[in-house]
Write a protein that binds this ligand. Structure first.
Ligand SMILES: [Zn+2]
Length: 363
């Protein structure tokens, strides 16, 4: 009796897979090696669906790979590859990985064959200086990785990868990963990628985001750390599915952190704080009018566990606050002393109640 277990399906997959990784192969040695492998294993080109050939020495794309007409996944990472032919002409690849090679914009064919099957393309860690427009021929891409290149802008035609009407949203771009490039701005057309779940833009030189980023209703993860952002578009609060928003190492955070030097309070301030703290009664005719006005200018510390007040000498503090229970945003708040920051981890900021807090980063 035939036994259809998961083991048999694993074996099935193994039978369709060739692994040439870490073999120090180059173009000549690969051709011979491949023929021997196919003969020894009684395999034909058409039976093979998955090939791993990463970590070898192929500066040129090994031509024999183009004979595998039923290839679905190919990983040719870490080879020093400088040329890439139209690999989509010969087979219906679903996943193509060519990370950590030496590919430039000149390495690619002018166009790729229009391809409906490719779902994942990974060209991380290459030498692209411009967004490779040819990628937009792979119109059903779901996962696009172009991180760690030197790309200065995202194609204004990126919306081509949003197939809302044509394919019931199943084949629209869901991950766009472009961290570690040289991006300075993001085109508004990114807002057309309606099914995007993750947008990775960290470690670039981005100074602002387009306001129509609010159209990315399915966005869960927005990584913006290590950029030149000074503000965020206020519309970002409309991204109700956002669960991860990284902002560290941007001027909008760093500027406030560096401003947080603590200067000792003046004698005037200390005296005024003592009067307020102990609720000392002072008759108006006893002190000059300017001091009366000064006493009335005091503010309560926002730390609810602190009864303190402050006048001119306040401590600025950035607190990351859960906003609408969905994501965390940095807020600037004022406290009476640095002790209120250290002891402040257990207190909760009441967004609506605290009149001393202002949303400095969303306006
Ligand atoms: Zn305080």
């Amino acid at each position: 009796m035939e036994n259809y277990t998961s083991d048999s399906s694993d074996n099935d997959s193994a039978n369709k897979t060739l692994d040439f990784s870490y073999l120090s192969l180059d173009g000549d040695s690969f051709t011979k090696y491949l023929e021997d492998i196919l003969i020894n294993n009684k395999k034909t080109y058409d039976e093979i669906e998955n090939i791993s050939i990463h970590h070898n020495h192929f500066e040129l794309f090994p031509e024999p790979l183009l004979k595998f007409n039923n290839l679905k996944t190919l990983d040719i990472s870490s080879n020093g590859l400088t040329v890439l032919p139209d690999i989509f002409k010969c087979c219906n690849l679903t996943t193509f990985t060519a990370r950590n090679n030496n590919l430039t914009n000149e390495s690619l064919p002018k166009t790729f064959s229009v391809n409906y099957s490719c779902r994942e393309l990974n060209l991380n860690g290459n030498c692209f200086t411009e967004f490779p427009e040819q990628i937009l021929d792979l119109i059903n891409l779901k996962y696009l990785y172009l991180g760690g290149n030197k790309i200065t802008s995202i194609s204004r035609n990126i919306g081509k990868l949003s197939n809302i009407c044509r394919t019931m949203m199943l084949c629209s771009l869901q991950i766009l990963s472009m961290g570690g490039n040289a991006l300075t701005e993001i085109p508004a057309s990114v807002g057309q990628l309606k099914m995007l779940h993750a947008l990775v833009l960290c470690d670039n030189q981005i100074e602002c985001l387009p306001s129509n980023i609010t159209q990315l209703k399915h966005l869960k993860s927005l990584l913006l750390h290590k950029n030149h952002l000074r503000t965020l578009p206020p519309e970002i609060v409309l991204l109700k599915n956002l669960t991860e928003l990284s902002l560290r190492d941007n001027p909008l955070v760093v500027r406030f952190v560096s401003d947080m030097t603590y200067n000792p309070a003046s004698l005037l301030e200390l005296a005024a704080r003592t009067i307020k703290l102990h609720n000392l009664k002072i008759k108006k005719w006893e002190i000059p009018q300017t001091l009366t006005a000064y006493l009335e200018s005091g503010h309560r510390c926002v730390n609810p566990n602190c009864q303190g007040v402050y006048f001119d000498n306040r401590v600025e503090h950035i607190k990351f606050v859960d906003f609408c229970g969905k994501y965390r945003i940095p807020l600037l708040q004022y406290l009476c002393s640095s002790k209120c920051i250290q002891g402040g981890s257990c207190y909760d900021v009441q967004l609506s109640k605290s009149h001393m807090m202002r949303k400095v980063l969303l306006g």
